[in-house]
Write a protein that binds this ligand. Structure first.
Ligand code: XIL
Length: 594
């Protein structure tokens, strides 16, 4: 395996990426490209799975990290104090070593697999500490130098509180830090993780885990990372929140691993479900690849046939299909999606065409039939907009950025006064858009009796009075993630009092030059802005009835942070445009001379 990998790497270096040779083709696997992305791709298994030839083969071929799914746990290896049977644990470790897989030990302490003799014991605090130490020392010492990562304790939180476990009753909360100390003493080189479920994104439980880790670090208790189990449902992952959680853990100097990934769907699985599952796998791996401290992506099984979620004892859904390989070991769309991501990231030619991966990632947008264009006022330069869906922007209009709205006359205006927050931060705003041959112009006229200047700076622009417009000029209105050609432009009301430096924030707004003229007005403030039609990230060529993605928001504050959020596009009911551009509406160019 080692030799083949080396040959492969050399080939890639000397050959142009587009000419895949046969040798390269045969070496396309998750593990090869995970290595090139500098992360581990892992899988969990039981010894009995190794008896299935396809299962063994896929494990060895596709994964470079291995987790014992169940047979390393305390209840599985110890039937009485001091008595251990390591035969199955050994088999798994040997299999992993034979196949050059890094071992992720799972797990030393878990309430759900604590031996009866512990659970039903009647121990003094000191005795219980002795038992805890004996167990951890015995297991970690046995595999010293061979198991790189250990999930030392698993699932000790129940929500944000400590779970009621036998160890908690015997010892008190200190049992957790003791476990880490004992593991560290037994193998000072092992990297020690805390592992849990439901704490992947920002929430009360992940707050509690973060605080525990921070406290351990402050007090010198050895901990090196957090395992996010990642037992998810299709369509339910808040990727940006997961990314935020990983980032804060990274700020503590800790690693993160996705340790038990499976993505299930409870209804009947069809092709569309498999697509959405593939999309979610892709986006989750993407979060890991984007985070420097995320070091592993481990799936909780190989084939749907053996998923733990099919076990009546746990989940009892005999048809659930949460993994990367089907019951008969065929790679599923989720497998190809991960492969695609790992390959494209290192500049290799993907196993999937551009269209194939786009079809996986892009949710079909509902076609909105636009009503016939109507003109409320015959002098209007473009038709009325379709509320929350489409705005007709006139072409060939001359606008000067000066805070004076007289040149916006006869350009349709839309009033926005609804969204996800309806506080006293602002009353409403009207906006308009127009284009000439070189620029796209945006105007917002805000009614706000209490404009905040200087409350927040450009970093936190969305916490205070500010106006946003968004453009998706990629031609793909279904794009569900930001990419070059999609921008969010957030402009502080404070531009009105500091005209010299445009105060602009928002996703990718630094990829485009935004010109701004802002003024205070009798009823609030006015912002005019423009972006060039031709730039590094896009070439917008307005044509009559041509469409680009467009969105606009207002943030309002009455003095203590954002309390108002108005949103134009009806598709964006949850204030998610900053992360998901498929929620934008349409900007339709209108050539009045036609
Ligand atoms: C599960 C295994 O997948 C099953 O095969 C076994 O019967 C019970 O344990 N969270 C964890 C894992 O940390 O250890 C669990 O694994 C799944 C939930």
């Amino acid at each position: 395996m080692k030799r083949l990998l080396l040959v492969f790497t050399l080939l890639v270096l000397v050959l142009p990426m587009t000419n895949m040779t046969e040798a390269q083709d045969t070496e396309v696997s998750l593990r090869v490209f995970a290595e090139r992305n500098d992360i581990y791709i892992g899988a969990a298994a039981w010894t009995q799975h190794l008896d299935v030839p396809e299962h063994r083969e896929i494990l060895a071929r596709e994964f470079n990290m291995f987790t014992p799914e169940h047979e390393a746990k305390f209840c599985m290896i110890s039937s009485a104090r001091g008595e251990y049977d390591f035969s199955r644990f050994d088999q798994l470790v040997e299999f992993a070593e034979e196949n050059d897989m890094v071992i992720h030990g799972h797990t030393l302490i878990w309430h759900a697999c604590s031996p009866d003799w512990v659970e039903n014991g009647d121990f003094s605090r000191d005795e219980a500490i002795e038992i805890l130490k004996e167990h951890i020392t015995t297991v970690v010492t046995r595999y010293k130098g061979r198991i790189k990562y250990w999930d030392v304790v698993n699932e000790v939180f129940d929500g944000a509180a400590l779970r009621d476990t036998a160890w908690l009753r015997f010892i008190g909360p200190e049992y957790i830090e003791m476990a880490y100390q004992f593991a560290h003493e037994a193998d000072p080189d092992a990297l020690l993780l805390y592992n849990d479920y439901g704490a992947e994104d920002m929430n009360g439980k992940s707050d509690a885990i973060y605080e525990m880790a921070q406290d351990f670090l402050n007090r010198g208790i050895p901990i090196h990372g957090i395992g996010l189990q990642s037992h998810f449902n299709v369509d339910s992952i808040n990727f940006t929140s997961v990314a935020e959680n990983i980032a804060r853990i990274g700020e503590l100097g800790l690693e993160v691993q996705f340790t038990e990934v499976d993505i299930k769907y409870l209804g009947e699985t069809d092709d569309e479900i498999l697509r959405r599952q593939a999309r979610d796998y892709y986006r989750l791996l993407e979060v890991c690849l984007d985070a420097e401290n995320c070091t592993a992506f481990i799936v909780w099984g190989v084939s749907d046939r053996f998923s733990w979620l099919r076990d009546p004892a746990y989940f009892d859904n005999p048809t659930v299909q949460p993994l990367l390989f089907s019951e008969d070991y065929q790679p599923k769309p989720a497998y190809f999606a991960l492969m695609d991501l790992l390959m494209r990231r290192v500049g290799a030619t993907s196993v999937l065409s551009d269209d194939a991966i786009a079809a996986i990632l892009n949710d079909p947008v509902e076609e909105v039939a636009l009503p016939d264009a109507t003109f409320a006022d015959p002098n209007q330069l473009a038709p009325d907009s379709v509320p929350g869906v489409a705005y007709y922007a006139p072409m060939g209009v001359t606008i000067t950025l000066d805070g004076d709205l007289s040149d916006w006359e006869n350009i349709p205006r839309v009033t926005v006064d609804k969204g996800t927050l309806d506080g006293p931060g602002a009353e409403s705003y009207e906006f308009a858009v127009a284009v000439d041959d070189t620029n796209l112009y945006f105007m917002a006229n805000v009614t706000d009796s209490n404009v905040q200047y200087g409350e927040y700076g450009v970093e936190d622009w969305y916490q205070t009075d500010s106006i946003e417009f968004y453009i998706n000029a990629t031609g793909n209105l279904a794009a569900a993630a930001y990419e070059p050609g999609i921008v969010q432009i957030g402009m502080l009301a404070e531009n009105a009092t500091q005209p010299d430096t445009p105060l602009v924030g928002g996703g990718s707004s630094d990829t485009i030059v935004v010109s701004i003229a802002a003024v205070e007005s009798e009823t609030g403030y006015i912002i005019e802005a423009s972006v060039p039609l031709v730039s590094d990230i896009w070439t917008i060529t307005p044509e009559h009835m041509g469409v680009i993605g467009f969105q606009t928001h207002l943030n309002g504050s009455s003095g203590s942070g954002r309390d108002t959020k108005f949103i134009w596009s009806a598709a964006d009911s949850q204030d998610q445009s900053w992360t998901n551009p498929s929620l934008f509406g349409q900007l339709i160019f209108w050539d009045g001379s036609q």
